[in-house]
Design a protein around this ligand. Structure first.
Ligand code: PLP
Length: 349
């Protein structure tokens, strides 16, 4: 008998978050203000050739636009079917079976899944140990994953801490992956620096600030030596034709829709923070489009179920290391935040 599937895949279970439809969905950090209007127009105007023809092989249209916008070389840019695709490809490019991926929990839940999908070992390092960033390099991981701002806490790792990590890893260390899915909301990025750092890759997405999660478009900027290998591991035709055209339309609108939405997200994030604080609750400070609310006495699954009965979806996080039970609330327009707060008051009463 030939074993099937391979042994390291067997313990994996498919990712199945609660996606049941609901009036106010604050559970997945997608854009509650809608999709970029320019992208929507491209999709609406699409003809048959957008569907019948293959897309560009490596998303060169979008690569050129990213290269121009950030003034980085074309060879420093890659694209993918969502930034998840680039995460997956970077794992595959960096590690042989059995090697490890270091990260600081709690962080993006897909990291452990992508590690195991690629036959790699997740290697969590506690936040306490990681006060010294070199703790992430112990044991010689193939890759270090850092989410900045971090999902689900919203925390933005200090710049000098990241610089110490990159410097300690040097040109002979692991690939340092900086996931900037939420950097649009914090205005703090390593995108340009990554080109000169050895073995560093910054990931960006159109799924959050641009409102295009359904189209699956992401890009990466990093050292050309890293980008070249990630593109090999990624493979051709990952960016859909329509996805690339729509993302381009949104991306080239520099002064328009995205900065306005980002400003609103920040305003509503501040409002929700203050409202929770006024109720004696302690949300974590966030640089992203969500807040994490620890529930010191509560059960996050139960709180989430009761909020759902009130028509609001949030994401439960049971037993987070160093935090305990918590719920993550995506930021939406004022009416949605107010409905969340009214429902929360009933749940807490
Ligand atoms: C939402 C999110 C992404 C985006 O993934 P896409 O595949 O681009 O939709 C990436 N990283 C983190 C941490 C996220 O929360």
């Amino acid at each position: 008998m030939t074993p099937f599937p391979r042994e390291t895949l067997r313990p994996l279970t498919p990712y199945r978050p609660d996606r049941r439809p609901i009036a106010v969905d604050l559970s997945d950090n997608t854009n509650r203000w809608g999709a970029h209007p320019g992208a929507l127009e491209v999709v609406r105007a699409a003809g048959a050739h957008e569907l019948t023809r293959y897309p560009s092989v490596y998303g060169d249209g979008l690569r050129e636009a990213v290269s121009r916008r950030f003034d980085v070389p074309l060879e420093a840019v890659s694209t993918g079917c969502g930034s998840d695709d680039l995460l997956d490809s970077a794992f595959r490019a960096a590690g042989d079976a059995g090697e490890s991926v270091a990260f600081i929990p709690p962080t993006f839940s897909m990291v452990e899944i992508f590690a195991r999908m690629n036959g790699l070992e997740p290697s969590p390092v506690s936040a306490e140990e990681a006060c010294d960033p070199t703790a992430l390099l112990e044991g010689g991981p193939a890759l270090v994953y850092l989410c900045r701002p971090n999902n689900p806490t919203g925390e933005v790792a200090p710049r000098d801490w990241v610089e110490r990590l990159v410097e300690a890893a040097g040109s002979g260390g692991p690939v340092i992956l900086i996931d900037e899915a939420y950097a649009d909301f914090s205005d703090d990025t390593f995108l340009r620096e990554a080109v000169d750092f050895a073995r560093t890759l910054v990931l960006r997405t159109f799924s959050k600030a641009y409102g295009l999660a359904g189209l699956r478009v992401g890009y990466a900027v990093g050292h050309p030596d890293v980008v070249r290998e990630v593109e090999k591991a990624r493979g051709p035709y990952k960016l859909s034709r329509l996805g690339e055209s729509a993302a381009l339309a949104a991306f080239e609108d520099i002064e328009g829709w995205v900065p306005r939405v980002v400003a609103e997200v920040r305003r509503e994030r501040e409002y929700l923070f203050e409202e929770l604080d006024a109720r004696g609750l302690s949300p974590l400070p966030s640089g992203a489009n969500f807040l994490l609310l620890p529930l010191p006495k509560g059960d996050s699954q139960e709180a989430t179920a009761r909020l759902r009965e009130g028509g609001v979806a949030v994401r439960p996080f049971p037993g987070l290391p160093g935090i305990g039970d918590a719920i993550r609330i995506s930021i939406g327009p004022r009416a949605e935040i107010d409905q969340f707060l009214r429902t929360l008051d009933e749940v807490l009463a």
